[in-house]
Design a protein around this ligand. Structure first.
Ligand SMILES: [Zn+2]
Length: 167
C-alpha cells in the first residue's frame, strides 16, 4: 500500500506523488479516477480494487508552481554530484557556503554548492576570491519542470514518463 502513485491534476498536469492507500481513498470517494493500472489488484476481505499507478483528480486543484526543496540532497543533485570547484564527481561531497555565513552569506540556492572535502577545507572560511578558487558555474535555484521534480521516481516507474514530459 506504500507504492508511489502519480497524481495528475484535472488538466493532466503531474502535481504530486502519493501512496496506493491514499490513491484508492481518492478513487473510492469519487475525487479521482484511475488513468493507468499496470499493478494488478489489491484484495481486501470483501472486495478487490485495481492497483493504480497513475490517477487523475476530477476537479482542478489550484496550486502554486512547485519549488525544489532546499536540502543537501537536492543541492548535490542540482550539481550532479560534482564538486563545483575542482570538478571531481563523487558521492562524498559537502555543502559549501560560497560567501561564508560569518561574512553574511545566505543559506540559499545561489550561495550553496557541492564541494569535495578537500576543496571545502582549502577554501575554509574565505570567499572564493580570497581563496583564489573558481566556481564551475554560478549556482541558481533548479528548474521546476516536472521532469526535474519527479526525476527520482522515473527509474522505477517508466510508465510515468509520457505523463511527465513537457510539464
Ligand atoms: Zn573539489
Amino acid at each position: 500500500m506504500q507504492i508511489p502513485v502519480l497524481v495528475l491534476n484535472a488538466n493532466f498536469e503531474p502535481i504530486n506523488v502519493c501512496n496506493t492507500r491514499r490513491a484508492i481513498g481518492l478513487m473510492l470517494s469519487g475525487k479521482a479516477t484511475m488513468v493507468l493500472n499496470g499493478r494488478g489488484e489489491i484484495k481486501t476481505v470483501s472486495q478487490s480494487f485495481p492497483s493504480p499507478s497513475i490517477i487523475r483528480l476530477e476537479k482542478m486543484v489550484r496550486r502554486p508552481r512547485p519549488r525544489v526543496k532546499l536540502t543537501k540532497r537536492e543541492i548535490l543533485r542540482r550539481d550532479d554530484y560534482t564538486c563545483q570547484y575542482c570538478g571531481v564527481r563523487t558521492m562524498y561531497l559537502t555543502i559549501d557556503h560560497i560567501v561564508p555565513r560569518r561574512l553574511g552569506g545566505h543559506h540559499d540556492w545561489d550561495n550553496l554548492v557541492a564541494a569535495c572535502p578537500s576543496c571545502n577545507h582549502r577554501k575554509g572560511g574565505r570567499t572564493v576570491e580570497q581563496a583564489q578558487m573558481r566556481l564551475k558555474r554560478p549556482p541558481a535555484e533548479p528548474p521546476t519542470s516536472a521532469d526535474y521534480i519527479f526525476a527520482r521516481h522515473l527509474r522505477d516507474n517508466e510508465e510515468w514518463v509520457p505523463f511527465i514530459q513537457g510539464w
